[in-house]
Write a protein that binds this ligand. Structure first.
Ligand SMILES: Cc1ncc(COP(=O)(O)O)c(C=O)c1O
Length: 424
């Protein structure tokens, strides 16, 4: 595969941006692939290599790249102006649509990223309860702000900084860590810190160490425990919201959190985040209450228009086909590793999947860390050579979109098979 132009761009970029990238998850050795255009399930790099994409912008692009309805909505809005610093009709329409599928989000705020959404959700929980502590699960990633960059997944784990330098000890001390899928650990944390914990925050399906499902009953137990202790439950559905189902993990597992955060799919590929809760809780937000949140680009017209078009389209198309293709993908991978006698794990749900290169079933962060990350990166490159682009880390999730056809899935399974064969 010719990658000379990518290499040349990286040579220029690496003196300009740390690691040559604007977000560390995009960096990998020897240099990243520079993309020039995308459509449907396909990416083209600057050297004109065509790739089946399973990274999908790290999750937002559930309809595939450049979906006509989304492109049209953005084009139309761009022609009418990018930013007014005033509310718009699409804001009301998108909020109504979100509330229809997430009725627990009686009121919400649109922000510009998932990071902002979780930052404000935590501030809201602290402001509403008058407590400082939060309980976070090891390996869950909630964006790049101080309270949650403690044992964080995603790029923080990939690049060996799950506890980021620059986060003051005082800030980290307010974040209590527990393993995912361990209800007794949460119970202990809540008992030992009675009346001091504002919220428990988690990804209901972990997506940032690869997909890790909650054990049966875990989310229900978390709900009961938090109610018992008067602690708010925050579901970070930045990945799962609209991806697992229109109503996200909340409706998929039928467990109601107090506060929900959304992002990714909600923006149709443009930057967005949202946090929402009951009217009572949200009335703590300024200007109704004393918890402050603001942003020049919060609820910006382009993101709202793209998001509205995307969510409406998804509502029409449904998740059934997407889930079926996810199933075929996971079954295909499971068959390959069985045939090749490899001890690996296939994980995922709906349109999310990952091959964990470990012999241990992955139920939490520590299990995920037993994976052979070097061999995983060899797999990544072997797949790239075969025209399949997955997220460049063991600790991420691969995503399918409605644009992936059965043929795409077949080709990807074949590419994994060949790539794994080449590693032997
Ligand atoms: C579950 C979760 N929460 C929050 C975030 C942060 O979102 P953003 O990258 O839009 O700031 C991410 C990003 O990957 C995420 O996966």
């Amino acid at each position: 595969m010719n990658r000379t132009r990518s290499r040349a761009l990286y040579e220029r970029a690496r003196g300009l941006m740390p690691g040559g990238v604007s977000s560390p998850v995009r960096a990998y050795d020897p240099y990243p692939t520079y993309i020039t255009r995308a459509r449907g399930s396909r990416l083209w790099d600057v050297d004109e290599n065509e790739l089946i994409d399973c990274c999908m912008g790290f999750g937002p692009l559930i309809l595939g790249h450049a979906h006509p309805a989304v492109v049209e909505a953005v084009r139309e809005q761009a022609g009418k102006g990018m930013l007014y610093g005033a509310p718009i009709e699409q804001e009301v329409e998108l909020a109504e649509l979100v509330r229809k599928h997430h009725p627990n989000m009686e009121m919400m705020r649109f922000v510009s990223s998932g990071t902002e959404a979780t930052m404000h959700a935590i501030r809201l929980a602290r402001g509403a309860t008058g407590r400082k502590l939060i309980v976070k699960m090891e390996g869950c990633f909630h964006g790049a702000h101080d309270s949650v960059l403690v044992r964080a997944g995603s790029g923080a784990t990939t690049h060996s900084s799950p506890d980021s330098a620059g986060v003051p000890e005082e800030a980290a001390a307010n974040t209590l860590l527990v393993p995912f899928n361990d209800i007794s650990a949460v119970e202990r944390a809540l008992i030992e810190n009675r009346d001091r914990v504002a919220a428990v925050i988690l990804e209901p399906v972990m997506g940032n160490v690869g997909p890790v499902l909650p054990n049966e009953g875990y989310l229900e137990q978390l709900r009961e425990l938090t109610l018992e202790h008067g602690v708010l439950l925050i579901f970070d559905e930045v990945i799962t919201g609209f991806r697992l189902a229109m109503g996200g993990a909340r409706s998929y597992f039928n467990v109601e959190p107090d506060i929900t955060t959304l992002g990714k799919v909600l923006g149709g590929g443009l930057p967005i985040g949202a946090f929402g809760a009951s009217e009572g809780l949200m009335s703590h937000i300024s200007p109704l209450g004393k918890v402050y949140q603001a942003g020049t680009f919060s609820g910006n017209p382009l993101s709202l228009s793209a998001g509205l078009a995307a969510v409406r389209t998804l509502e029409r198309e449904g998740h059934q086909e997407l889930g079926r293709r996810g199933e075929i993908m996971r079954e295909g991978l499971a068959r390959i590793i069985q045939e090749r006698g490899l001890p690996y794990q296939v994980a995922g749900v709906g349109s999310m999947f990952q091959l964990f290169m470990t012999d241990r079933p992955v139920r939490n962060y520590r299990d995920a860390l037993t994976s052979d990350t070097r061999t995983f990166m060899r797999l990544f490159h072997a797949l790239l050579e075969r025209g399949v682009y997955i997220p460049p880390s063991q600790f991420e999730t691969c995503f399918l979109s409605t644009a992936h056809s059965d043929d795409d899935v077949r080709r990807m399974i074949k590419a994994y098979d060949d790539a794994l064969g080449a590693l032997e």
